[in-house]
Design a protein around this ligand. Structure first.
Ligand SMILES: *Cc1c(COP(=O)(O)O)cnc(C)c1O
Length: 397
């Protein structure tokens, strides 16, 4: 991660196809586009690559989560269980529909703890949203079993782990719906963009229509289409889809490079007895986008994080003190700082955040450091980095 590091001729070629005819929109203008349908082609490539019946491209990963929820009929007053460690997009996407994000603890996988999930299920719970953070995954067997037992929908967010698999299945293809982001810093980028994945025909039709004002996409006269239900505009452009198409074709190449770099760093860090690595659920194969590890306590991790920066090792995150990814600094959510009035259901539904503590999440995130694996490093650079990391971390132990 991220794919933009290797942006090149392949991406330019796909973009030029679009620039040659000037049809920047994914729908319509059939006669003008000289046979170029980049969004459609990217969707069918996603379907085969990620082994799902349907992929619906949208304008962002955040939009993908909202569209997935809406497609499954989740809205006002419904509770959606999500992890304390994720990206702010998770609760934004839930709240956009008037639903209530119910935050629960993570475990040593850095993703949803199935026990914490089960304890949070109420009569209002409609869905569980595992977020596969930092290149690895949640325990999907445990979560799928829970959802079956309680009749809940599973919406996977694989934005940070596209290319990873669980028991041979690509992440995003296991739940009822999967979401991924193609934003500029993800493993494959379109500049901006996202996708909803599903094997469910109804959810797919909903996602297809909802992301384009409810258009039914029947026939080839856009102006004559009907609107079976209300929708919105979450369309991706052909320009973005063109870049995403070139990048998706390179996904295996990117994962292979990351795995090589990851293994060199992991091997070196294994020499530090006080350091342990994040747990990957049995049967999981990472996308190797990050190398994540734990130190003995919060203070040691804080010191190690500073030592890494001082040693010039960039791209290592101590998420405990980060405002994008961890509950501790989400004051705008806790204090419900919205620009507009929100429903009383959401207000009441979020009151728990005033008092609830997340000791188990603090325990893991406080001790965790996650380091981005880059695609553009040379082998010498990775080896040098490994030595710098071992030295910096050892210096604070
Ligand atoms: C990046 C990201 C998103 C949102 O994607 P955008 O395309 O930036 O809207 C959602 N979830 C996770 C876990 C992410 O990392």
């Amino acid at each position: 991660m991220p794919g933009f590091e290797l942006f090149g001729d392949k991406e330019r070629k796909e973009l030029n196809d679009v620039l040659d005819n000037g049809v920047l929109m994914r729908y319509g203008f059939d006669g003008m586009r000289n046979g170029h349908w980049k969004a459609k082609e990217l969707e069918s490539t996603l379907e085969s690559k990620l082994q799902v019946k349907h992929a619906q491209l949208v304008s962002s990963g955040t939009a993908a989560v909202s569209v997935a929820l809406a497609s499954a009929g989740i809205g006002s007053g419904d509770e959606v269980i999500m992890p304390t460690f994720t990206f702010v997009a998770s609760f934004e996407a839930i709240m956009m529909l008037g639903a209530i994000p119910v935050l629960v603890d993570i475990d040593d996988t850095l993703t949803l703890d199935p026990k914490a999930v089960e304890a949070a299920i109420t009569s209002k719970t409609k869905a569980i949203m595992p977020v596969h953070m930092c290149g690895s995954m949640a325990n999907m067997d445990a979560l799928m079993a829970l959802c079956k037992k309680h009749n809940l929908i599973v919406i996977e967010d694989s934005s940070q782990a596209t290319g990873a698999t669980y028991k041979g299945k690509p992440l995003g293809s296991i739940g009822d719906l999967g979401c991924l982001s193609l934003d500029f810093v993800k493993i494959i980028t379109a500049g901006e963009g996202g996708a909803v994945l599903t094997n469910n025909e109804t959810y797919y039709t909903h996602a297809d229509h909802y992301s384009d004002h409810g258009h039914d996409h029947k026939g080839n006269d856009r102006g004559a289409e009907t609107h079976p239900f209300l929708g919105y505009n979450f369309r991706i452009s052909e320009l973005h889809a063109a870049v995403g198409l070139a990048q998706l074709r390179r996904l295996d190449e990117f994962v292979t490079i990351q795995k090589k770099n990851y293994n060199i760093l992991r091997e070196a860090l294994s020499a530090i007895p006080e350091l342990t690595f994040r747990t990957v659920p049995e049967g999981g194969e990472e996308s190797y986008s990050f190398l994540s590890f734990f130190l003995s306590d919060l203070e040691t991790s804080r010191k190690a994080s500073i030592a890494l920066k001082e040693a010039g090792v960039d791209g290592c995150f101590h998420y405990y003190d980060n405002s994008w990814h961890y509950i501790r600094k989400w004051d705008h959510l806790k204090n419900l700082k919205t620009l507009y009035p929100v429903s009383i259901e959401v207000k009441n539904g979020l009151e728990y955040l005033q008092t609830k503590t997340f000791e188990q999440s603090d325990h893991y995130i406080g001790r965790n450091i996650s380091c981005l694996i880059k695609l553009s490093w040379t082998e010498e650079e990775v080896i040098e980095r490994a030595q710098l990391m071992v030295k910096a971390i050892s210096s604070v132990l």
